[in-house]
Design a protein around this ligand. Structure first.
Ligand code: CA
Length: 425
């Protein structure tokens, strides 16, 4: 089935600003609600949410095989059971309905009022129920920086890194939506090598600039998804801030890996941008040497050119300071390989599962995706507007991440993920 919604020539009768992340070629999916409307499935165009439940009730989604419960629902998991063909048909229908070439909804003012809700009048909810969450470690620049800082600059990458898309199973229950505040975590730390550990609020609180992909239902337990099939099992992507407590992490991670340093919160952006909408922005990934195992080989361009930015806004400032610009295209292991690796042992995947990329650092010092790297383990400061400086994240700081693709005059974006840090409880 063609992705007709991606046509760069499409224009909408809904006015969309040129700088918007949400033109007619995006049409992402999310959950919205307000005082009058129960939580329901929605899409977005410009500064409007598209109420998919209302659109369904008015008959505009007839003939696509959906039922009311797919839209009258506070999560997308049920609708995602329709798989890639289902969500592709839905997005194509939306592009048709909101295009200037089509009169059905364009000529019905009273229906438009039921379907289009100004973004300022709604709030988002978590778009999916996340059953399982996996965190990869797939940026070679990030893994090299961390290896250099904590081990040996001569052997910064561990021997397995170029053979295996390294990852671990994280915590799904503490994945939260943009806008929700978090408290600084407490825990054990060992600041001095020759002294016993201490307990208290984390002192080295950090963000990790990541993207996450969300899957449809996969295959039965025991079967694998090949790199050729992987895209058919990926619904879309969100911005992902994988909060990290570096001092807690350093003391606890031996021998089983990250635990309480990582599971207190991870924040996501509200709108799931479909993998379909991102297809025009595919680019070639880095050369992989040594040659990967056959099950990790892939055809075509599988990286995606997504510009990423991180900003810090201290409480007393009106303006946020940009501290990092990176790009998802730098990933050494792409998501096709990540999913093939994840299932090669027969591990099953479910609709709504989330897979974070790992911190996305680029080659230059201003493209590092964590404070650990930007401050080079606290050995230098990151300058903010108004003369302030940071080595790690302080109480009452808000960390904002943004992402967008741009090509042939079309800009597809993710909006932002924004999280304020409150003092430890
Ligand atoms: Ca991470």
């Amino acid at each position: 089935m063609n992705i007709t919604a991606n046509n760069p020539a499409l224009k909408s009768w809904v006015e969309v600003d040129k700088s918007s992340d949400f033109p007619i070629q995006n049409l992402p999916f999310g959950i919205v609600k307000n005082k009058q409307l129960s939580a329901r499935a929605a899409s977005r165009i410009g500064d409007f949410a598209i109420d998919l439940f209302a659109l369904f009730q008015l008959g505009y989604l007839d003939g696509l095989g959906f039922e009311q419960a797919d839209f009258d629902n506070n999560r997308f998991n049920q609708l995602m059971k329709k798989g890639k063909d289902g969500t592709r048909m839905l997005r194509n229908r939306l592009a048709e309905l909101f295009s200037t070439d089509n009169n059905t909804l364009q000529n019905k003012k009273e229906d438009q009022e039921k379907v289009l809700i100004p973004i300022a009048e709604i709030e988002n909810e978590m778009p999916v129920h996340v059953g399982d969450y996996t965190d990869f470690y797939s940026s070679i620049e990030h893994a090299t920086n961390v290896g250099t800082l904590f081990r040996d600059p001569e052997n910064a990458l561990l021997p397995n890194w170029k053979y295996i898309p390294v990852g671990y199973h994280g915590r799904a229950s503490s994945i939260i939506l943009s806008g929700e505040e978090i408290h600084r975590p407490k825990g054990q730390q060992k600041p001095k090598d020759d002294e016993p550990p201490v307990f208290g609020p984390c002192k080295l609180l950090d963000f990790e600039l990541e993207m996450a992909f969300i899957t449809y239902d996969g295959k039965p337990l025991g079967e694998s998804i090949s790199t050729k099939e992987a895209d058919d099992f990926i619904f879309g992507m969100v911005l992902f801030n994988d909060w990290s407590a570096r001092d807690i992490q350093k003391w606890e991670y031996v021998p089983l890996g990250p635990f309480l340093a990582k599971n207190f919160a991870s924040s996501i952006s509200a709108w799931i941008v479909t993998l379909d909408a991102l297809e025009p922005f595919r680019v070639k990934g880095p050369e992989q040497d040594p040659k990967v195992f056959p099950y990790l080989e892939y055809q075509g361009e599988k990286n995606i050119d997504i510009n990423l930015e991180v900003l810090i806004q201290p409480e007393e400032h009106d303006e946020a300071s940009s501290i990092c610009r990176s790009n998802y295209k730098y990933m050494y292991w792409n998501q096709t390989q990540q999913l093939a690796h994840h299932t090669i042992n027969g591990c099953n995947i479910k609709a709504g599962d989330m897979y974070a990329s790992g911190t996305i650092s680029g080659p230059t010092e201003d493209s590092y995706g964590s404070m650990l790297e930007l401050s080079w383990k606290g050995s230098k400061t990151v300058k903010l507007k108004g003369g302030e400086e940071r080595k790690f994240i302080q109480d009452k700081d808000t960390v904002i991440m943004r992402g967008h693709c741009e090509k042939d005059g079309v800009r597809i974006g993710f909006g932002e993920v924004s999280t304020k840090v409150l003092p430890a409880k």
